[in-house]
Each structure stands twice: as structure tokens, then as C-alpha cells.
Ligand binder design. Structure first.
Ligand code: NAD
Length: 210
């Protein structure tokens, strides 16, 4: 459904619209004007309309958007209307924190497996009850548990090994938190998360007054 021409910035904004709509739905709001929705999302109404035109016709002239319907449609556009099984690779401070964050599950991202190489950790469990297994077990577990995404939270020097193991296991999406670029075959998608870049960006805006 998703056209390859859709800009990355649009995809990010859709995710924001979706979260706002979910919240509105929870509060019982049935209809919202495009101006109000834009205001809550921190963009302008024209931007929302433009973002949505990539995917079809949404909204009703003179009315705005039906909250529940638009929430459902954006989830579908983003491919979020189904559960995604996730494997955590590297069960340290960051990995544990991510795997304990309940809101991921509410959004359909479920940590079903965790891997490490530290013999003191392998054979133990995450606080959620998920067993921590040796990285060598990834291909078997990925098959059994239909894992689609791996989150890499190993030290930088182990991240490529972790990614290679994920690729060998047939995993097609990797979210990499380690501060290093990892190489993967073309059919595998990698997203890197780097809070330092976000800090740098924030500090730039603080110091430039922009
Ligand atoms: P940590 O040392 O607490 O945890 C790392 C874990 O990875 C350990 O349990 C270790 O045994 C395991 N590990 C090592 N080699 C492995 C391998 N080959 N396969 C599987 N597991 C392996 O580290 P942390 O503080 O949790 O940080 C984890 C990573 O996240 C680091 O690379 C760190 O630089 C990075 N980090 C990134 C951000 C960000 O903004 N992206 C923020 C904080 C930390």
C-alpha cells in the first residue's frame, strides 16, 4: 500500500497523527476539524492534508476528520494493524529498559525473545518473563516465534555480529541503538537510533535561538 515515493518526514508525521488520534479516540472525541487536529499535532492543516493525499481521500469538507476512522486508516497505511514480534539482542541497561516499556506492546510491538552472550545472563529471564537465550539460538527462535524485527543494544563492537545473526535468522528489520553503522543485505531495513544526534540538534537550536 505504501508508495516508495512517500517522504520519510511524512511517515514520521503519520506516526504523530496516529498517536494523537488514538488519544482523542480514548477521550471519546468522534470528529475533529483539520485545524484542531493540526494544532494538537504541531503542524498546519495543509500539511496534514498533503501527507494524507499520498494514501487516498480522507476527511470530509466542512466537517474535518472522523477520529476513529482516520486512526484506523493511518494504522493500516503504516502497516501497524497487526502485531509485530521483536527480538532484543543485548540485554544490558538499555535493552532491559526498552523491553520493559509497556507502551510498545499497546502499539503492537511485542518483545517475544531476548538474546545475549554473557553466560551469567543466558538462562535467566526478563522481568516480563521472556527467557534470555544465547545468540546462537536466534535462527531457531526467530522461526518458532515468527520474529520480524530485532533491536540491537549490544556494545558497538558486537553490533555487526548481532546484525549478521539477525540476517541469518531471516529477520528483515533492525533497529540499531549501538553507535556504529552496520551493514546488511539490501532486502533488510536498518534504522539507527542515536540520542546524541538529538542532543546535538537541541543544543544547536538552543545556541542559535532558531
Ligand atoms: P550494556 O553493557 O549494559 O549492555 C550490553 C549487553 O550486550 C550486555 O548484556 C552484553 O553481554 C551484551 N552483548 C555483548 N556482546 C553481545 C553479542 N555479540 N550478542 C548479544 N549480546 C551481546 O550496555 P548499555 O548501556 O545497555 O548500552 C547498549 C548499547 O546501546 C551500547 O552500544 C550503547 O553505546 C548504546 N546506547 C545508545 C544510545 C542511543 O541513543 N542510541 C543510548 C544509550 C546507549
Amino acid at each position: 500500500m505504501q508508495s516508495p515515493k512517500v517522504p520519510e518526514a511524512t511517515i514520521k508525521r503519520l506516526s504523530i497523527y496516529m498517536r494523537v488520534l488514538k488519544d482523542l479516540e480514548r477521550k471519546g472525541v468522534e470528529v475533529i476539524s483539520s485545524a484542531e487536529l493540526a494544532d494538537i499535532c504541531g503542524v498546519n492543516a495543509a500539511q496534514i492534508r498533503k501527507d494524507l493525499t499520498y494514501f487516498g481521500e480522507f476527511g470530509v469538507r466542512g466537517v474535518g476528520y472522523y477520529v476513529k476512522e482516520l486512526h484506523f486508516d493511518i494504522r493500516k497505511v503504516l502497516g501497524l494493524n497487526q502485531k509485530r514480534n521483536i527480538a532484543l539482542i543485548g540485554v544490558g541497561n538499555l535493552g532491559r529498559a526498552l523491553a520493559s516499556y509497556r507502551s510498545f506492546t499497546e502499539h503492537g510491538y511485542v518483545f517475544v525473545a531476548a538474546f545475549d552472550v554473557d553466560p551469567k545472563k543466558v538462562g535467566t529471564f526478563l522481568p516480563t518473563g521472556v527467557p534470555i537465550e544465547h545468540l546462537d539460538e536466534l535462527p531457531r527462535v526467530a522461526r518458532e516465534k515468527h520474529i520480524e524485527i530485532a533491536i540491537v543494544t549490544t556494545p558497538a563492537e558486537a553490533a555487526q555480529d548481532a546484525a549478521d545473526a539477525a540476517v541469518r535468522a531471516g529477520i528483515k528489520g533492525i533497529l540499531n541503538f549501538a553507535p556504529v553503522q552496520i551493514s546488511v543485505p539490501e532486502h533488510v531495513k536498518v534504522k539507527k537510533v542515536d540520542l546524541t544526534t538529538e542532543f546535538d540538534n537541541l543544543v544547536y537550536h538552543l545556541s542559535s535561538g532558531a
